[in-house]
Design a protein around this ligand. Structure first.
Ligand SMILES: Cc1ncc(CO)c(N)n1
Length: 222
């Protein structure tokens, strides 16, 4: 330990407002209180399928960075497990889309989605350090975990037909996975230079902003 401690906890305090904006967005609150407009849900489903397809090569790029930059094989195992889960997730999207009558092959990506995927692509560059990419990965997964877990808490009135979606990211196993990603990220951040550390913080904020825009788009607000 070099005394930097839990950097993510420090960031969470500092950026609480935007973090809450991403994890307690009206889209999520409307699922939780049962007032969600089903056309919004379908829009989210179709757009998120496109996002997840772009997320696969992003996670693959992190796997390559981990292999080159860390001697901790448990990092590779965790990222590989994440990729395996994405394989299931893509099949789940197809099944869910057919249930709702959403045609995935004719979906036009929305600007917020294109912008977000472009940002992911910029992080796939081999020049981008493992620490920066894993920070983004942790943040992306954690926003969904915290958002959908909120829809399953006691007192929530999530419609029955949306519970499976919320379970997908809100379940305890996914929560554990996010916790492991957080531990890896903190370990990398503790060893990082001040320059990388400040870049990582900017990336976290950018991710949170993209997540808010993604929910906005899903609601049809933009
Ligand atoms: C936009 C978005 N953020 C995060 C996740 C979690 O994987 C997802 N599926 N989509």
């Amino acid at each position: 330990m070099d005394g930097k401690g839990d950097i993510i906890a420090t960031w969470m305090k500092k950026h609480r407002l935007i973090y809450t904006g991403a994890t307690r967005h009206p889209f999520i609150l409307n699922i939780r209180d049962g007032s969600i407009d089903i056309s919004s849900f379908k829009r989210w489903l179709a757009q998120d399928y496109i996002f997840v397809r772009a997320f696969v090569p992003f996670v693959a790029s992190i796997l390559v960075k981990a292999w080159k930059e860390t001697d901790d094989s448990s990092d590779i195992d965790l990222i590989l497990g994440g990729m395996a889960a994405l394989n299931d997730e893509i099949e789940w999207f197809k099944k869910e889309a057919s249930k709702w009558g959403v045609a995935l092959n004719s979906v036009v990506p929305h600007k917020a989605n294109v912008d977000y995927c472009r940002f992911l692509e910029s992080l796939m560059n081999p020049d981008v350090e493992y620490t920066l990419a894993i920070t983004a990965f942790w943040a992306i997964e954690t926003v969904y975990q915290e958002s959908f877990a909120h829809c399953l808490e006691d007192g929530s009135r999530t419609p029955e037909e949306l519970k499976e979606t919320c379970q997908r990211w809100g379940n305890e196993g996914f929560g554990q996975y996010c916790c492991s990603l957080k531990n890896i990220t903190n370990r990398c951040l503790e060893k990082a230079s001040d320059d990388v550390l400040s870049k990582a913080e900017v990336i976290l904020i950018r991710i949170l902003e993209h997540e808010v825009e993604f929910w906005n788009m899903s609601r049809g607000a933009i």
